[in-house]
Ligand binder design. Sequence first.
Ligand code: NAP
Length: 256
Amino acid sequence: MLLQGKKGLITGVANKRSIAWAIAQAAHREGAQLAFTYQGERLKESVAELANSLGEGTLPLFECDVSSDSQLDSVFGGLKESFGRLDFFVHAIAFAKREELEGEFVPTSREGYRLALDISSYSLTALAQRAVPLMTEGGSIVALTYYGAEKVIPRYNVMGVAKAALEASVRYLAFDLGPKKIRVNGLSSGPVQTLAARGISGFTDMMKIVESRAPLRRNVEIAEVGNAAVFLLSPLSSGITGEILHVDCGYNILGM
Ligand code: NAP
């Protein structure tokens, strides 16, 4: 029960294949009390169904499109009312236009660039600003990232740039929030078949390449990402902040 008595917010659950859902299940197993956000009415019912399957009555559920400051404000207003304080949150949100995730990076549009960076990177800072006043006993923040932030992954394009900004934000937030005993880390997951992943052209090939070359000769399982996130959220990682933890069967260590 690594998260016994802890109160946390999980963002980015779209369906049962979402990485955020794997993290929620692992955090719940370890005793955490959870609240969820969903993006728009379209997802409300499915996220509510998943949240309630955790079997603790109705869990706090907030509509939140991270590009809306007023929705972000009402999430944390609602959390203050329902939880009083917050111990952790998970950022598992990314978006880029489909046409920016195929072909080359060169034709990336100004609007596509702005949108990807706003939703996939700035949102971490926007969430942290509002979470900090509720993290009165310290806290832990975990953001989901990908190796395309560090190295060129063909067709990941503007999302790689957004993840690089997200990882830099992890470090700057960790520096500012350390004195408040709030830790901020990134979790760099290997490829997992999710809704967002299906938007990246050639994603199935990426999985095949990892399987054939990664030191563990397989792709990561989503439950392994959930468990690693629990480690970063829990006191077991109390000395770690500003770090990017790769949970990718070792793929990132390869030079060739
Ligand atoms: P997912 O299930 O599709 O989750 C992505 C989430 O982002 C969805 O809930 C999506 O909601 C949400 N989102 C998009 N735009 C949003 C906005 N404006 N406001 C609020 N939420 C928004 O896919 P996933 O793969 O689990 O992605 C979770 C995180 O893991 C992402 O940061 C992703 O980059 C990262 N990651 C994924 C992989 C992988 O291989 N799958 C690997 C490494 C890192 P909608 O469905 O409504 O758009």
